[in-house]
Design a protein around this ligand. Structure first.
Ligand code: ZN
Length: 258
């Protein structure tokens, strides 16, 4: 066990053998780091069952980069490369995931239409505890459109994420009820996770979803949950290393719409 501070975030690094179920409000749990995922570490040592022992709201991917992971209301879904959602079994493993026992401390009714940029600006005006903390974000509502992507399953030897993302599949859904699930991490957390906003989407029927690129919200409810504590499970060989400008640019290239 190793404790450190990343500005306002208290980060506890854990090994797999140290994991115990915990559902402490406002404590984030993640496995591995975004830097390791960028480097092509696509096989993890934590199961989805273990991830769900630490939270009911979150996102990530699955072993072999087999789609986008969406955790909503305690259920884990894979958005396969064609954007179809299916439930993920508890024994499947993940190389990168972040979850929290979602306990909103802010709830805002949103009357649209709002672009994603406007919606995220609204979220940033209401961040409980301020922007130096990490926040979980949930939006339930009616959307005019949603633009999302997923990625295809890889085979070893794994290539860096920036190369794999060239094979991503982008799709658009129109006139739907859906849930956005995600996080906002401060710049100080760049060694751990995607800084800024990172959202995945699941439609209301939990049939379609993926990594969110863009949307237009017609009306809905925005909820925010703050966290100052991150428990990070680090697979063998993964460390929390200082982030660099090149690493930040690489994250932006794989997470944002091009
Ligand atoms: Zn994503």
């Amino acid at each position: 066990m190793d404790d450190r501070l990343l500005h306002a975030l208290h980060v506890r690094a854990l090994h797999h053998a140290e994991l115990r179920p915990e559902h402490e409000p406002h404590v984030l749990f993640q496995t591995s780091t975004i830097a390791a995922l960028l480097d092509g570490a696509y096989d993890g040592d934590v199961t989805i069952g273990e991830v769900l022992e630490h939270g009911d709201h979150g996102l990530g991917t699955l072993d072999a980069l087999d789609g986008e992971l969406v955790v909503v209301d305690g259920v884990a879904y894979r958005a396969s490369v064609d954007g179809r959602l299916e439930r993920v079994g508890p024994d499947e493993r993940t190389p990168f995931a972040v979850v929290i026992p979602f306990a909103a401390d802010v709830r805002v009714e949103v009357d649209g239409p709002r672009t994603l940029g406007q919606l995220l600006a609204e979220a940033d005006r209401h961040l409980p505890g301020g922007p130096a903390l990490a926040h979980a974000i949930r939006v339930d509502g009616r959307f005019a459109r949603v633009r999302a992507r997923s990625v295809p399953r890889q085979t070893p030897p794994y290539r860096p994420l920036a190369e794999v993302v060239a094979e991503q599949r982008v799709f658009e859904l129109r006139d739907l009820d859906a849930t956005l699930v995600g996080f906002r991490f401060p710049e100080s957390a760049g060694a751990l996770n995607v800084t800024g906003h990172h959202l995945h989407v699941a439609d209301a029927g939990r049939a379609r979803g993926g990594h969110l690129f863009d949307c237009v919200l017609l009306e809905g409810v925005l909820q925010l949950d703050h966290s100052s504590d991150v428990h990070a499970e680090l697979p063998p060989g993964v460390e929390i290393a200082a982030t660099t400008a090149a690493a930040r640019a690489a994250v932006a290239a794989v997470e944002r719409d091009s």
